[in-house]
Ligand binder design. Structure first.
Ligand code: CMP
Length: 140
């Protein structure tokens, strides 16, 4: 399997509960390397552009409000099959369906406040990484 990069976001419900380190320990234990990282405060508009693919969903407004409600940590994870591996470590979107030991099973509060985001395809990963990071910020 090829080495890949994927975008990870630690969401407001997790940053406000001081869970950044515990979450990143799960990624590192799974063999994923954090090759770029920053803590930022999104505006609702910036969150809206990031989640534009969900613009027609009933939860879109709530999602954008939530993502702008407190700081987030945006980061790039690198490793063998990183896109799928990140999604495995995160667990299912709804924590009620997430496998034991996954980030969402252990830390998420609801389907909306689900602690982490991860890119779902190579195309999305490239687009999402470029939304938050310039090439100069990807130091490996
Ligand atoms: P994420 O992986 O960041 O991608 C889109 C997000 O929309 C998802 O995680 C959830 O946080 C959110 N989401 C999905 N379904 C719902 C829902 N039914 N209600 C509220 N938020 C949702």
């Amino acid at each position: 399997m090829a080495t890949e990069r994927t975008l990870s976001i630690i969401k407001p419900d997790a940053t406000t509960r001081n869970l950044t380190g515990k979450i990143n320990a799960k990624f590192e234990e799974a063999g994923l390397r954090i090759v770029a990282q920053k803590r930022i405060q999104l505006t609702k508009e910036q969150a809206g552009v990031f989640y534009a693919v969900h613009a027609e969903r009933p939860f879109y407004g709530e999602l954008c409000e939530f993502m702008a409600s407190a700081p987030v940590v945006v980061q790039v994870l690198e490793g063998e099959g990183a896109i799928l591996k990140n999604r495995e470590v995160m667990g299912a979107t709804n924590p009620a369906d997430a496998a034991p030991g996954t980030i969402r099973a252990e830390f998420a509060q609801s389907v909306g406040e689900n602690s982490v985001h991860g890119s779902d395809s190579p195309e999305a990963a490239a687009e999402e990484i470029a939304y938050f990071f310039s090439g100069l910020e990807l130091v490996g």
